[in-house]
Design a protein. Structure first.
Length: 192
């Protein structure tokens, strides 16, 4: 709801009244402003408004909880992370793909064609370090998902599962029944 209101104000009223932008302005008031082109930012805010609207209808209006929510949230977090951590506006990049008039005044001058500084170049050793990191994280993640008992030190086996779950614990909550997920709730909670 907060994103929906914030992006609606940015797009339909004026960005200077957007609560998050007012707070951002307050946080960086002692820094030199870096001006960014409005057309591509408005396009990126439109993407944010679309994601916020989707979540509003899924979560608030229809009370739907499931993988689609995780997908929309993941996209939103990914876009926010790229902008906050790297200064890369993915919405601006998408804008350039669909508009023949390329974006101007991009953060960090990424719209300008120029040569890279030596610090911006990546060596083979640096690339190898990233590849090794990703492989190690994949192995660790795979081992954790394969052995769900790592955190507790005990792996529950199917025969133990049925004994461990009491009939009182298998009463389907009203909210799960109301959205038609009684069977899914039971499977998720190892209930008969």
């Amino acid at each position: 709801v907060a994103f929906l209101i914030d992006f609606s104000i940015r797009l339909f009223v004026n960005p200077k009244y957007s609560p998050s932008m007012v707070l951002g302005r307050l946080a960086v008031r002692n820094q030199t402003p870096e001006y960014v082109g409005a057309p591509q930012k408005r396009f990126a805010w439109g993407i944010g408004l679309a994601l916020a609207t989707a979540m509003f209808f899924l979560m608030v209006v229809n009370r739907v909880v499931g993988p689609i929510n995780m997908l929309v949230c993941s996209i939103c977090l990914l876009l926010l992370f790229f902008e906050a951590a790297f200064g890369i506006c993915v919405g601006c990049k998408i804008y350039n793909a669909f508009h023949k008039e390329q974006a101007q005044l991009c953060p960090g001058d990424v719209c300008e064609v120029r040569t890279r500084e030596p610090i911006q170049k990546i060596s083979v050793a640096q690339t190898a370090a990233v590849v090794v990191f990703v492989v190690v994280m994949g192995i660790v993640g795979n081992n954790l998902s394969a052995d769900s008992g790592v955190m507790t030190g005990h792996v529950t086996r199917p025969a133990e599962q049925s004994d461990a779950v009491s009939s009182a614990a298998c009463k389907v909550p009203d909210w799960a029944a109301a959205i038609g997920h009684a069977d899914k709730w039971k499977r998720h909670n190892n209930c008969p």
